[in-house]
Design a protein around this ligand. Structure first.
Ligand code: FAD
Ligand code: SF4
Length: 339
């Protein structure tokens, strides 16, 4: 049985109190929300904070406000996000992404903030300590080399959050609060293409809320590839959001890929849709653009080349759904792995 290492535990009741504790404890402290990512990582000694600052009792992180846009507290569980009618009806891509994270039990515990700050993943890293010691560890933790690309100076571990690509395609911003003040960041800018140092968030900052603009006339969707249809991390996520005129001409579009690099990949494929209708040819062109932008590495599940090949197909499913095709059968077949 894998046991947790010893740690000091704080359970503040407000964001201000949590921020003060983080400022005092320094970089050896980490925030914990649902713990569904952090606790397994601690058991495997991938992350060993001396102090945990729990956000579970911070009611201020449960905010839910629907006005000129939608504000979601970072402490909302993914189940709460999925059960919010404003998300289901107005931000479909986020709803689909959150509903496909892990399993119902994990969504009951796991939070939106934790999902956005999720550690990057790699086959050589998400292993127990003995396994990692047997390969002399790797540079993300305790070692010096990257086993995925031995010449690489940068860790290539994969961004595996489902909600981030969806939220980025919807134009989300996040609020970061520390004892020194607060700042708002466009969600895409929260991420860096570095598997070790993957967030621009400072260790003393708490992600408190996600703000979504009002999206009149937009449609959005999220398509996920994973080994097990019941629950699994993404090995590809496609988030697409489109605003089209009454005749179907695209006026604005964003396509963001998940699980193909160390951060959600904002593609340029959305731009080439603008001014066009979503015909089969235009959709195929967007798929090819995304396929060539995606550079998945051989450090996650299933064959690398096959994963790159299906990017175009998944972008196609997403865009066909947004133009109004009935894609329920395709979704069902992907979930049941018969496609
Ligand atoms: C078997 C299994 C399957 C999973 N499948 C998926 C999947 O399909 N898709 C997916 O996206 N995830 C998956 N996960 C990962 C995880 O369950 C979810 O990402 C979950 O949303 C994490 O939220 P949490 O609140 O539990 O985060 P925690 O584990 O509490 O924290 C995760 C990280 O975020 C930081 N953090 C948490 N909250 C904040 C905050 N408010 N401000 C700043 N930093 C914060 C923590 O310090 C930590 O680094 C899976 C996990 C397991 C165990
Ligand atoms: S990408 Fe390389 S350095 Fe990063 S976790 Fe994997 S093996 Fe380690």
């Amino acid at each position: 049985m894998m046991r947790l290492p010893w740690f000091k535990y704080h359970a503040p009741k407000s964001v201000a109190e949590a921020a003060r504790i983080l400022a005092a404890e320094g970089t050896q402290a980490m925030v914990i929300a649902g713990g569904t990512d952090l606790l397994p990582n601690m058991k495997r000694r991938q992350q060993t904070p001396a102090t945990l600052v729990s956000l579970r009792q911070v009611e201020g992180l449960k905010k839910l406000a629907n006005g000129t846009g939608l504000t979601l507290g970072a402490g909302l569980t993914l189940t709460e996000v999925v059960n919010t009618p404003a998300v289901r009806d107005g931000y479909r891509g986020l709803w689909q992404a959150a509903a496909q994270v892990a399993s119902p039990h994990l969504r009951n515990m796991g939070t939106l903030g934790g999902n956005l700050c999720l550690d990057t993943r790699c086959l050589y890293y998400n292993q127990n300590e003995d396994w990692r010691r047997a390969i002399d560890f790797c540079m993300k933790r305790d070692g010096e080399i990257c086993w995925v690309a031995t010449g690489s100076k940068r860790c290539l571990a994969v961004s595996s959050t489902d909600t981030a690509p969806a939220l980025i395609s919807l134009g989300a911003k996040v609020k970061l609060v520390s004892a020194a003040g607060e700042r708002e960041v466009v969600l895409a800018d929260l991420y860096k293409n570095d598997g070790m140092d993957y967030l621009t968030r400072r260790p003393d900052e708490i992600l408190t809320e996600v703000a979504l603009p009002k999206l009149e006339g937009w449609k959005s969707t999220y398509w996920k590839l994973r080994r097990r249809g019941s629950f699994d991390f993404p090995i590809l996520g496609v988030a697409a959001a489109v605003r089209a005129a009454a005749d179907g001409t695209v006026e604005e579009a964003r396509i963001v890929l998940g699980a193909v690099s160390s951060r959600p990949l904002v593609t340029k494929a959305g731009d080439l849709l603008v001014g066009k209708k979503l015909t089969d040819d235009v959709i195929a062109e967007a798929g090819e653009k995304c396929s060539s932008a995606a550079k998945p590495m051989d450090n996650t599940d299933l064959d690398l080349y096959w994963r790159r090949d299906v990017v175009g197909a998944f972008v196609g499913y997403a865009l066909r759904e947004l133009r109004g095709d009935d894609m329920r059968d395709t979704r069902f077949k992907i979930a049941k792995q018969v496609l």
